[in-house]
Ligand binder design. Structure first.
Ligand SMILES: [Zn+2]
Ligand SMILES: [Zn+2]
Length: 239
């Protein structure tokens, strides 16, 4: 059985933004599958685009009625931000994740923090571009990316944010790796010239996106090996 990547986004995400989101994930997977003829025929990781979904029969009183439910449940009114640890936990506990474990990516137009609410209120200046539960799910925000004034840079930065978090949900860098890695909370980051480097601010994100654009394929050799290991594991995991 092939594993899938579920992709959802909030109502405020523009079509051009959801296109960058979908094309970036598709591009990374296709590039990886090129090395595995069998994967090209029968992709071991498939994309399910759910976008801004809703299950009308569940609205409004049953949990998990739609994309907006996750946002409502994790949104802090004082901070006007989505509390990422709450959001990610809702995804981890969702009935579909339990029934059929898969990768989950969410793109929101709301602002985001990776701190729990009490800490986030003490540090209102702190925001997150995206955060993840490595190996399972990640949530990203367009809120800061949209402050970049140049359309070209904005698109590069968004694609970089998506690639980075696709890496996290696929468990990259792998936790067994000791070379060129740096731990940050639950996440491991790469220290090579690589898209798995951490970007703290939107300015850093834009600068790294521009730099990596010149590399073509933006994952370093070690991270690429880790990605191929995930693909191969999925390819031969038929149970
Ligand atoms: Zn990261
Ligand atoms: Zn790397």
């Amino acid at each position: 059985m092939s594993k899938f990547i579920s992709m959802m986004w909030s109502e405020g995400v523009l079509e051009e933004e959801s296109e960058v989101f979908a094309q970036t994930v598709d591009g990374v997977l296709k590039w990886l599958f090129l090395r595995h003829p069998r994967a090209l025929m029968d992709p071991p990781i498939r994309i399910h685009l759910y976008g801004n979904w809703v299950i009308p029969a569940l609205v409004p009183n049953t949990p998990y009625w739609g994309t907006q439910w996750y946002i409502d449940m994790s949104f802090d009114n004082t901070l006007q931000r989505v509390i990422a640890p709450v959001f990610l936990e809702l995804v981890r506990q969702e009935p579909w994740q339990r029934a059929d474990p898969h990768f989950d990516l969410a793109l929101l137009d709301q602002d985001l923090t990776d701190f729990p609410a009490p800490l986030a209120r003490l540090r209102p200046d702190h925001y997150a571009l995206g955060t993840s539960l490595p190996g399972t799910t990640a949530v990203m925000s367009l809120h800061r990316v949209r402050t970049l004034t140049e359309a070209h840079v904005r698109a590069l930065a968004l694609a970089r944010l998506v690639r980075h978090h696709l890496g996290h949900v696929m468990g990259i860098p792998s936790f067994g790796r000791s070379a060129s890695v740096q731990r940050r909370g639950l996440e491991l980051h790469c220290t090579n010239r690589c898209v798995m480097r951490h970007a703290e601010t939107v300015g850093e994100l834009a600068a790294l996106a521009i730099e990596e654009d010149e590399l073509g394929w933006p994952f370093c050799e070690l991270c690429t090996q880790d990605l191929h290991t995930v693909v191969v594991r999925q390819l031969y995991n038929w149970n």
